[in-house]
Design a binder for this molecule. Structure first.
Ligand code: BES
Ligand code: MN
Ligand code: ZN
Length: 503
């Protein structure tokens, strides 16, 4: 059985059936909240440590006046016990939770898995070294272990960001070899996506990003093919080529294929891979310092297809990665230009900052997905999606109820937040142009939906089509929360992985 199963950006992960209190760790991370009457209540993991310490943990917390508000943290040293340090993380009041005595212990606070994993992850995220122990409870739970493992992720390419060396996970039922290999591959895909998003724009222009993808494809059993900008121009992909023409490194298209075992129709993913989005001639005035995030959709698709390559599924997964850099320069496409798309459609560029839909539309029609089981576009497409749903939730757009339900189920299973926005065909009317077939910007109201309508224009008839706008959750512009780091989050990788098996 593989003992080490975390990618190099994370702590080494060691599952064990030894009880939490018996693990040889430098820091034990446990959770506590308050019961219905507002009194400090220890969750099962904290209770185990409290018992092993002869009640010293509870006594220390009470003495120190610890108030276990959500994500509040307190280090407790317990002299005379085997525990180096115990980190207690708050889960807040019990109200609205799955309540009742846990494990037959009337003193125990019962927290839901969701709350426990986020609290544990928030605790683990702040640690800078050592052997860290957490408890996964009875059965091995992938979501909880994944959250704790990913909370040890550090992007340390440019400066030291020390992480815990080892994560010990205590659970009554150990995972099998296959479960571990599956988890290991998922972690690797999420870390790949985070790393790629975190790389500064200047270090991941289209050529460098292509190299990154080809390298990971090679070690993941994924077939790759690259189209240069000349080849794209010859194909008539005026949208993708136009978006990239202001850059010294013009647009490219990369196709990544992970062959399935059942020979059935593939899942086709189209990822927006804007390695940097300055807005073009319509130069952005806000968030320029974050616009390396604009390949977050491509990162989610790539992560999912690399996992499918390492862990072949029934269904074939094909990811098309549209790479370009949207700059303002002497050769940039201009506001008011008319582009001829691969599909033959002419598009008036009313705003060069609405570049993602142009790049995606050409990738969609080149992908020729008429026989796909489903077609998805995944993109950091609009600021409007962030304004509508906040920064932690992706917007889902589709006319297909079944595919929407499958995607939302997948997101729930992956522990990622997604919400369906309405399908409003009338908004497409605002995409009319006086001189071309379409304009790339319609009404400013409901832009996430308007952009989805633009893309839908390029989807093949009869194929279930869905668009995910992950402009918010792909990248954390603020402070870490729930163990999710600042910067690239790897959002979407696990949802898409789940979707492959749910189609
Ligand atoms: N990449 C941006 C969307 C974005 C904005 C992602 C903020 C993450 C944070 C996209 O290319 C864009 O600029 N969209 C414009 C469209 C508008 C010009 C119609 C937007 O949403 O403002
Ligand atoms: Mn833009
Ligand atoms: Zn963009």
């Amino acid at each position: 059985m593989p003992r080490t199963l975390a990618p190099e950006q994370c702590a080494e992960l060691t599952p064990t059936s030894s009880p939490l209190a018996e693990l040889d760790a430098d820091v034990v991370v446990v959770t506590a909240g308050t019961d219905a009457s507002g009194v400090l209540a220890l969750a099962e993991d904290a209770l185990a440590i409290d018992r092993a310490s002869g009640g010293a943990l509870r006594a220390a917390l009470e003495r120190g006046g610890f108030r276990p508000a959500w994500a509040a943290q307190r280090f407790v040293n317990l002299p005379g016990t085997p525990f180096g340090a115990v980190l207690v993380v708050g889960t807040g009041p019990e109200g609205g939770r799955e309540t009742g005595p846990a494990g037959g212990d009337p003193g125990a606070l019962r927290v839901t898995l969701r709350e426990r994993r986020h609290a544990l992850a928030a605790g683990v995220a702040g640690l800078t070294g050592g052997r860290v122990a957490v408890c996964a409870g009875g059965a091995w739970d992938t979501l909880l272990v994944e959250a704790a493992a990913l909370a040890t992720y550090r992007f340390d390419r440019y400066s030291d960001r020390p992480r815990p060396a080892e994560l010990l996970v205590s659970c009554a039922r150990l995972p099998g070899e296959d479960e571990l290999a599956e988890l290991s591959s998922r972690l690797r895909s999420v870390c790949f996506a985070r790393d790629w998003v975190n790389l500064p724009g200047g270090h991941k222009r289209p050529e460098a990003s292509t190299a990154l993808l080809l390298e990971e494809a090679g070690s993941s059993g994924v077939e790759a093919r690259v189209w240069t900008t000349e080849e794209l121009a010859a194909l008539g992909a005026g949208g993708l080529v136009g978006v990239g023409q202001g850059s010294a490194e013009p647009a490219r298209l990369v196709r990544l294929t992970a062959r399935g075992t059942n020979g059935g129709p593939p899942l086709v993913l189209i990822g927006k891979g804007l390695t940097y989005d300055a807005g073009g001639v319509n130069l952005k005035t806000t968030w320029l310092e974050h616009m390396k995030l604009d390949m977050g959709g491509a990162a989610a698709c790539a992560g999912a297809v690399f996992h499918a390559g390492r862990r072949p599924r029934g269904r074939t997964v094909v990811a098309w990665i549209a790479l370009a850099e949207n700059l303002m320069s002497a050769t940039s496409y201009l506001t008011g230009d008319v582009l001829r798309m691969h599909a033959g459609t002419s598009v008036e560029v009313t705003n060069t900052d609405a570049e993602g839909r142009l790049a995606l539309a050409d990738a969609m029609s080149i992908a020729d997905a008429g026989n796909a089981a489903a077609l998805l576009t995944v993109a950091t497409l609009t600021g409007s999606a962030i304004m509508s749903l906040g920064p932690r939730t992706a917007a889902v757009h589709s006319a297909d109820d079944r595919l929407s339900a499958q995607l939302l189920d997948s997101a729930a299973a992956a522990g990622e937040s997604a919400w369906r926005l309405p399908h409003l065909p009338y908004l497409a009317e605002s995409l009319r142009s006086h001189i071309a077939d379409l304009s790339n910007v319609g009404t400013p109201q409901g832009q996430s939906m308007v952009a989805a309508e633009f893309l839908r224009h390029f989807a093949p008839a009869g194929v279930p089509y869905l668009h995910v706008d992950l402009a918010g959750p792909a990248y954390n512009m603020g402070e870490p929360y729930d163990g999710v780091p600042a910067g690239g989050t790897g959002y979407g990788v696990r949802t898409l992985i789940e979707l492959v098996d749910r189609l």
